[in-house]
Design a protein around this ligand. Structure first.
Ligand SMILES: Cc1ncc(COP(=O)(O)O)c(C=O)c1O
Length: 185
């Protein structure tokens, strides 16, 4: 028989987060259901405008999920077969799937041990003629070293696509996560 010990760490209780803003969420859900318009439309447009303003960026495009967002950005930049994209070796699987889903090759680079995020000092050695983009992830809400990563990318003519899926609202030197690279999901 399994017994629970006091040292176990429980899963994040999403219901508690919901309860904090229950009234607002319930009202919004009811408004959308009553409208009869469930795909795109005014609600998505309103979200795009508000979220772009929140992030301090000019444009936001609402898509189905984080994986889709990253993959669509790579495709929009023309990244595909025979291209390489540098990603953290340590991340959620969707970061890698976005690259392979776009038809490109994943080139993993080890993280900084303290932050678990992409180590800029290891990026240069991973760049080849096929490299088209660097895809840093702000894991667990902690910021990747964007200044160093962007400097390398600019020197080498590479796009920087931020995976901010775990960092909504986080700031890096005054700027929101996702507002520093060329684009972000
Ligand atoms: C770092 C990271 N990237 C991408 C994703 C993908 O987001 P989604 O589950 O919305 O496709 C996640 C989801 O947890 C994530 O944590």
């Amino acid at each position: 028989m399994m017994t629970k010990t006091k040292s176990e760490v429980g899963f994040l209780d999403l219901r508690e987060t919901y309860l904090e803003i229950k009234e607002e969420l319930d009202r919004a859900a009811r408004r959308v259901m009553d409208s009869g318009w469930y795909i795109l439309g005014r609600e998505v447009q309103a979200f795009e405008e508000v979220f772009a303003a929140f992030c301090g960026v000019r444009h936001c495009v609402g898509v189905g999920n984080g994986l889709e967002a990253l993959q669509l950005i790579l495709r929009a930049y023309g990244v595909g077969a025979s291209d390489e994209v540098i990603v953290p070796a340590n991340t959620y699987i969707a970061t890698w799937l976005a690259v392979s889903g776009a038809g490109a090759t994943v080139v993993p680079v080890e993280p900084v041990e303290r932050t678990f995020n992409l180590d800029p000092a290891r990026i240069q050695a991973a760049i080849t003629k096929k490299t088209k983009a660097i895809l840093p992830v702000h894991l667990y809400g902690q910021t990747a070293d964007m200044q160093a990563i962007c400097e390398i990318a600019h020197e080498r003519g590479l796009k920087v696509v931020e995976d901010a899926s775990q960092a909504h609202g986080a700031r890096y030197e005054g700027q929101r996560r996702g507002a520093i690279g060329d684009a972000a999901g």
